[in-house]
Design a protein around this ligand. Structure first.
Ligand code: 5GP
Ligand code: MG
Ligand code: MG
Length: 174
């Protein structure tokens, strides 16, 4: 049976998202902004963050296979869903649930950079920065987390636990 231990409460998440939203709103002033949700894990964070940023933005979605870059170490993203928006000349903010080794986000950044956006920035709810294998410039990070596998608030283990309103550490052996 798996065991969950709460790591970050719903109140902590909400408070941090309010801060991130305000910072992002101030950083972009009135510049047109495209916000990109990396499916599926970031979807709940994205919905809350958009309302905390509290300004108009074009939203779009992409989905990559998590085993594409991060396991096989290929340089190409295994892209399952691409953006609809033409991002050339636009400010783009990528919203991700968690950055671990950095391979997935590195691939997303490299791909989107070829489309000549005005700027490209990353906002991740969770940053496992001690485990980084490739460098990724993270402009906005909600929480730095250490080792351990986390679930909840959009993050899954085998598609389960996404609905939980707090972030938990999953101990599958317990
Ligand atoms: P990276 O390419 O940075 O190593 O991995 C990024 C992806 O691995 C994340 O988008 C996520 O899907 C998955 N991942 C990495 N660490 C965790 C974790 O602790 N919990 C969950 N649920 N997914 C994780
Ligand atoms: Mg993700
Ligand atoms: Mg997953």
């Amino acid at each position: 049976m798996s065991m969950l231990t709460e790591l970050i409460s719903r109140e902590q998440i909400a408070a941090r998202i309010r801060e991130l939203g305000e910072t992002i709103r101030n950083d972009y002033n009135d510049e047109p902004l495209v916000t990109v949700c990396v499916l599926k894990g970031a979807v709940i964070f994205f919905a809350d963050l958009l309302r905390a940023i509290d300004r108009s933005t074009t939203i779009d979605f992409m989905r990559i296979a998590s085993y594409g870059c991060s396991v096989s170490r290929e340089t190409n993203v295994r892209l399952l869903l691409d953006l609809e928006t033409n991002i050339a000349g636009k400010h783009v903010l990528i919203v991700e649930d968690i950055i671990d080794t950095g391979h997935s986000m590195r691939c997303v950044l490299d791909l989107l950079a070829t489309r000549n956006p005005a700027s490209l920035a990353v906002c991740t709810l969770l940053d496992k920065r001690e485990r980084r294998e490739v460098s990724v410039d993270v402009s906005y990070a909600g929480f730095v987390v250490q080792q351990g596998f986390v679930v909840g608030y959009g993050l899954d283990f085998a598609e389960d636990y996404r609905h939980l309103d707090a972030i938990h550490i999953l101990d599958p052996g317990a």
